[in-house]
Structure formats: structure tokens, C-alpha cells
Write a protein of this length. Structure first.
Length: 81
């Protein structure tokens, strides 16, 4: 008899929905370089502005992290008319 291979979505890489979900979870928090690139600013600016002007930030194991949705909300609040 032939062998049947069990395909598990979480490890196969052949299921787009599972891959999208994994990608979103992996990118929930980004480091200073990705956050500064996302806003088009320098890392130095990100450190300074997050400390002085309330850009939401998080520390995990001594590493500064940002959430993209927090950056989007903060940027919207900076909008001028």
C-alpha cells in the first residue's frame, strides 16, 4: 500500500490564509529600524520623539519595539489642516 503524507497547514507553507496569519503575528511588533523606515524618519528621531512626544513604544528584553497600528494612529493625530 502507498504511504499517505499528512499535510499540516501550520508548517507546510501551502496555505495562504495560514501564511498571512503567521506573517501578521510575526510583524505585530517591529524594531526601531523598521519603525523609523515605516515613518520615513531616522532612528535617532524615533528614539527622541517616542520618548518626548508620546509615540507608543514597548520594551521587551531591553529592546525597543513599536506596533505599526500605534504608529498609524499617532501619525493620524499629527495631521494638520
Amino acid at each position: 500500500m502507498g504511504h499517505h503524507r499528512v499535510v499540516r497547514p501550520e508548517i507546510s507553507g501551502n496555505f495562504p490564509a495560514a501564511n498571512d496569519r503567521r506573517r501578521r503575528m510575526e510583524r505585530r511588533y517591529v524594531g526601531i529600524s523598521d519603525a523609523s523606515a515605516y515613518l520615513g524618519m531616522s532612528q535617532r528621531w524615533m528614539y527622541r520623539e517616542s520618548r518626548k512626544h508620546g509615540i507608543p513604544r514597548y520594551y521587551f528584553g531591553g529592546r525597543l519595539k513599536f506596533r505599526i497600528d500605534d504608529l498609524d494612529r499617532w501619525a493620524q493625530q499629527q495631521k494638520t489642516t
